[in-house]
Design a protein around this ligand. Structure first.
Ligand code: GZL
Length: 323
């Protein structure tokens, strides 16, 4: 019999004689157990996000059950069902895509296990299926990328800019929202035209492969690359150089995440701007999970505060970067 059970039994026996029962919380407090389903390990951003969650759990004494879904929704559904069967205190996850979650989230709700979303959103009609969503405003990130290009294009008002776009994972909230935010802003300048747009699935390898196809099809008529994350941009930079062109000069490179690799590319003159998307969500997740279990009210939406880093500030800013 484990310590906790022995302590409960001893208290019950003692209480039967003295009429005094210690409150459960007075007994050895059971550590909070969180089941976390992670998208995968597809990018520098994801690696930093996983590290933030694991470090925060360790620091907070949280018992973390961590599952890597290798970017497959069916693996996330399996992991969530396993967490329900293990009766964890809280389920948290970063949904690889927006749709297809109603059934498994209803199972969690029926099991009375609260669910916290981190990083990416889900598309559900019943908002009670999760208690809180901690993550960035991806539409605003797309707008910020568009605003940087609008300001750059304003310097050459008669010039047309042919833009190619490397989208994130098909169906994911960041891919959908970053595309929409960017398009919304550049619509104000008809000389900014997206000529090709395709998914690179947030990875360097796929980003390079798709950029090679763009260059084969359009080559020197590409003026701008807009990548939904730095990993795809860094892969594309390799393709641009292999095609004998100068990234950051012949083709402007606009990206999102703000990982160290992007700062290094900007210092090398190969990327023009990165829009920050912070992966450091671990401490907030632990705090919100504790509040939820304690029955305290928590905000439904917690939006991370982020900036924009043009190449001009990269060298000065790199030493301050935490991911
Ligand atoms: C954004 C996150 C995205 C990053 C990519 O919050 O979901 O997934 O932008 C990562 O680098 O793969």
């Amino acid at each position: 019999m484990n310590i906790t059970r022995r302590a409960v039994l001893a208290t019950a026996v003692l209480g039967a004689f003295t009429g005094v029962f210690a409150s459960p919380s007075a007994l050895a407090a059971k550590p909070l157990t969180i089941g976390f389903s992670q998208v995968g390990a597809e990018s520098e951003w994801r690696t930093a996000n996983t590290l933030s969650i694991k470090d925060a759990a360790k620091k907070e004494g949280v018992n973390l059950k961590f599952a890597d879904a290798q970017q497959r929704q069916e693996n996330q559904v399996k992991a969530i069902r396993s967490f329900i069967a293990q009766r964890v205190d809280v389920i948290a996850f970063s949904p690889v895509v927006e749709s297809g979650w109603e059934t498994v989230l209803r199972e969690a709700k029926d099991a009375k296990i609260p669910v916290i979303l981190t990083d990416r959103a889900v598309n559900v009609t019943d908002q009670s299926l999760y208690v809180a969503f901690i993550g960035s405003d991806f539409v605003e990130e797309g707008r910020r990328a568009g605003r940087w290009l609008m300001e750059r294009a304003a310097k050459t008002p008669d010039r047309t800019f042919n833009i190619v776009e490397l989208q994130g994972t098909v169906g994911s909230a960041p891919a959908i929202d970053r595309k929409n935010g960017f398009a919304e802003v550049i619509a104000a300048n008809p000389k900014l035209k997206i000529t090709r747009s395709q998914t690179g699935d947030f990875t360097r390898a796929k980003g390079k492969e798709v950029m090679e196809a763009f260059l084969k099809a359009q080559g020197k008529s590409i003026d701008v690359l807009y990548a939904h994350n730095d990993d795809m941009a860094i892969g594309a930079i390799q393709a641009i150089e292999e095609a004998g062109l100068k990234p950051g000069v012949d083709i402007l490179v606009i990206s999102i995440d703000g990982v160290k690799g992007a700062f290094q590319a900007m210092i090398a003159g190969k990327m023009n701007v990165t829009v920050e998307c912070s992966p450091l969500l671990g401490p907030q997740l632990m705090s919100i999970a504790r509040d939820v279990v304690a029955g305290k009210p928590v905000p439904k939406r917690i939006t991370t505060v982020e900036g924009v880093f043009p190449a001009e500030v990269a060298a000065k800013e790199l030493p301050n970067r935490k991911y």
